[in-house]
Design a protein around this ligand. Sequence first.
Ligand SMILES: *Cc1c(COP(=O)(O)O)cnc(C)c1O
Length: 217
Amino acid sequence: MSIPDNLNKIKSSLPQHVTLVVVTKTHPVEKLMEVYNAGHIIFGENKVQEMLDKYEQLPKDIQWHLVGHLQSNKVKFIAPFVSLIHSVDSLKLLQEINKQAQKNNRIINCLLQVHIADEETKFGFDFSEIEQLLCSEELNQLKNISIVGLMGMATNTTDPAQIGKEFKSLNIFFKKLQSSYSSFQILSMGMSSDYSIAIENGSTLVRIGSSIFGSRN
Ligand SMILES: *Cc1c(COP(=O)(O)O)cnc(C)c1O
């Protein structure tokens, strides 16, 4: 099937309250334009340089989401235009995002990345670190960021029960925070292989690449 066909098939399968981020990493701008021309404008990239290159070449109404690990020294490059940063995993990074947002006279929306996978390699906070962060004076001082929710990635496994368990635990934590923090609106969970399980477990935003573009190799 073509890229627009894949896109429309996925879009029509998503519940109305679930936002789709089309993850465009590694794909050339021509393919991104196929998605854009089909009417979709929310794109996700995992590398700063690649996002910048594509931002410069593509229409300016595209909303760019950074979904991959972000180093503090690169925040300045995306601060003028990034729409949502999914992968915030330290206070230091938040402070830098705040500083660069201030320079650009804007507020940058962020998600806190939570470590839910049973793997050493995935970045992110654990639940108790997030609770501490949210009530800290350091965070309270950051006026140019808005924390709008959480992001998590499940273990890379074929066991749907394990994936479901991880997403469920994040959803319970998200709901708990939502009752105290009204800015919490987005729960970013689910990629091509596991987005149905993520939606069953409360995801409000899915990040999908290969089911739209085909595999990246
Ligand atoms: C690449 C990537 C995705 C999309 O993965 P697919 O399997 O291609 O759908 C989602 N989230 C993050 C953080 C990614 O790096």
